[in-house]
Write a protein that binds this ligand. Structure first.
Ligand SMILES: Nc1nc2c(c(=O)[nH]1)N[C@H]1C(S)=C(S)[C@@H](COP(=O)(O)O)O[C@H]1N2
Ligand SMILES: [Mo]
Length: 220
């Protein structure tokens, strides 16, 4: 549940309901298997713009008040304020975005702190198998630790050389390119390491638990 029940109260319930209906109806499902090496996953179309998708709440988080807590099953629970985050080794990667609503956006240049670096700092305990991401808008999403521990995953604070805007999840958002974009939490403020899997906001509402676009894992 969200840390602040006031925020969840502002969520656009109609929007959430229509997406849940899409999940039940299997909207955008083609049933086509992706080909190995194919850039555009099945059922997706390329867009040149960058659509904004969220629950209708875009928290206004200034760097001065931003913080990230990494806790749960880690050897070194960590809280980073903005200056701490910015003092970590910088990492850049170019990757494609695939949203479950069927748009894909190629070649996004992200910069921030790599997942691998974060893991080296917090040191997950052997029992840790899953991560639940929490965000300032009350959103949550889950990942297997193995999906986070990849060479293209990062917590990004810039996109195309500019600070990530508020609407796209700034100051800091998660980027997990190999999965549908709902797995990439905007306005992230906590990473909770867990032994057992725990579904996030959309995963509890009919979205697939894994969300691999090439396997068309849109809905459960
Ligand atoms: N905190 C938070 N993160 C979120 C969401 C959200 O509502 N809140 N929506 C998810 C969904 S469904 C998508 S498709 C992407 C959209 O990111 P964008 O608005 O930058 O395109 O953010 C994901 N991360
Ligand atoms: Mo989405």
């Amino acid at each position: 549940m969200p840390d602040d029940p006031g925020l969840i109260g502002q969520i656009k319930q109609k929007l959430v309901e229509s997406k849940q209906r899409w999940a039940r109806e299997g909207r955008h499902l083609t049933g086509i298997q992706g080909e190995p090496g194919q850039r555009l996953p099945p059922g997706q179309r390329e867009v040149k713009n960058w659509p904004v998708l969220d629950l209708g709440v875009q928290p206004d988080i200034r760097p001065e008040t931003w913080h990230l807590r990494v806790d749960g099953l880690v050897e070194t629970p960590t809280v980073w304020k903005w200056d701490d985050f910015r003092a970590q080794p910088r990492f850049q990667d170019v990757s494609d975005i695939h949203c479950v609503t069927a748009w894909s956006r190629y070649e996004n240049l992200w910069e921030g702190v790599s997942a691998r670096h974060i893991l080296s700092v917090v040191k997950p305990k052997p029992e840790a198998r899953h991560i639940l991401f929490h965000s300032f808008d009350g959103y949550t999403t889950n990942l297997p630790l193995a999906a986070f521990d990849d060479d293209d995953v990062l917590l990004a604070d810039t996109w195309e050389g500019r600070p990530i805007t508020r609407e796209h999840g700034g100051p800091v958002r998660v980027v997990v390119p190999k999965l549908y974009f709902w797995k990439s939490a905007k306005w992230v403020n906590r990473m909770e390491f867990l032994a057992e899997d725990r579904p996030g906001f959309w995963e509890e509402r009919g979205y697939h638990n894994e969300g691999d676009p090439w396997k068309e894992q849109r809905y459960s």
